[in-house]
Design a protein around this ligand. Structure first.
Ligand SMILES: Nc1nc(=O)c2c([nH]1)NC[C@@H]1CN(c3ccc(C(=O)N[C@@H](CCC(=O)O)C(=O)O)cc3)C=[N+]21
Length: 294
């Protein structure tokens, strides 16, 4: 059997079309144009590429895009002062500080400084706490993308065994909270989990967010399971360009799984699409309008 591919390109295009329609409506009915500010500290080429694609898609959806680039030598105070300026700017509804930041900067201090109303990354402790308490708030984009993709396969996740490998604040923990909200039975596994392959084999829905290329092997997957691969790892190639690969050994996984997300062309595309969704949600909340239906 060969697994069905969950196509991120088609799914992301559908989400972006919904965003563009909502942005057009908000602008016509309320004169509201959602704005997203991305802060990039340093000159990591991969980060710069993500920031460019976010900016392009933001503009393509009819929103405003703001980019702030600081040198790799920037101090924490300099970063905090950019964040304060963006917090105070009414045309900015969403703020994303690209992670990781250089080592002289404490990422927690930067995240805490972001106005929670503009926290489109869903990383502020208030956003994390609202999610954990089952209250409305901004939810991290990659977990929203994972859930959307899982739902293209399963109308309901209730009662499913879900295993999340990875416990980061950006992906593992929030995706587990979202799955719990959907009434799945959720296990969070990590580097110290005993007999990880056996734990993974219990999963009807397996979410891999470990950051190690090809780490999850085919024989760790329950036959017919749905596999969501969050990993975006650049591995070297002979031509020196490198290629993107996930956390799942894809060629093995397609032999066993029922459905699997590819890398590239999977969860990464959904992350950017849901960043736009979160920006529209933040803009509506700031304007006192009801939550948009996207
Ligand atoms: N505060 C913060 N929030 C983030 O969400 C965040 C971050 N920092 N730092 C870096 C990571 C990485 N990330 C990606 C987003 C989209 C793709 C993406 O669109 N990937 C495409 C193609 C990429 C390519 O071909 O280069 C794909 O997987 O098909 C990848 C990676 C967001 N991140």
């Amino acid at each position: 059997m060969t697994a069905r591919l969950i196509d991120g390109k088609t799914a992301a295009e559908a989400v972006r079309a919904g965003v563009a329609a909502e942005v057009a409506r908000l602008s016509a009915a309320h004169g509201l144009v959602p704005g997203l500010a991305v802060v990039l500290v340093g000159d990591d080429p991969a980060s710069a590429a993500y920031v460019r694609s976010k900016g392009k898609q933001t503009v393509a959806a009819g929103m405003r895009s703001f980019e702030h680039r600081l040198p790799a030598t920037a101090t924490q105070d300099e970063v905090l002062s950019v964040v304060a300026q963006l917090n105070a700017d009414p045309s900015v509804h969403g703020i994303l500080v690209q992670l990781p930041v250089p080592k002289q900067i404490d990422p927690h201090a930067v995240i805490l400084a972001i106005d929670p109303m503009k926290d489109v990354d869903g990383l502020h402790p208030l956003s994390a706490g609202l999610l954990a308490s089952g209250l409305p708030g901004l939810v991290p984009c990659t977990p929203l993308g994972c859930l959307y993709m899982a739902k293209t396969v399963h109308a309901s996740l209730a009662g499913m065994e879900a295993v999340v490998v990875g416990r980061s604040n950006l992906v593992g923990k929030p995706v587990a909270q979202l799955l719990l909200r959907e009434n799945a039975t959720v296990t969070i596994a990590h580097s110290q989990t005993r007999d990880l392959p056996a734990v993974c084999r219990r999963a009807d829905l397996l979410v891999a967010a470990v950051g190690k290329p090809g780490f999850i092997r085919g024989d760790w997957i329950k036959p017919g399971a749905t596999v969501i691969d969050v990993g975006i790892n650049r591995v070297p190639t002979a031509d020196g360009k490198g290629r993107l690969t996930g956390d799942v050994a894809f060629e093995e996984a397609v032999q066993v799984a029922g459905a699997v997300t590819p890398v590239p062309g999977g969860v990464g595309l959904m992350t950017v699409a849901f960043l736009l969704v979160n920006t529209v949600r933040a803009a509506c909340a700031a304007a006192g309008l009801p939550a948009p239906k996207i």
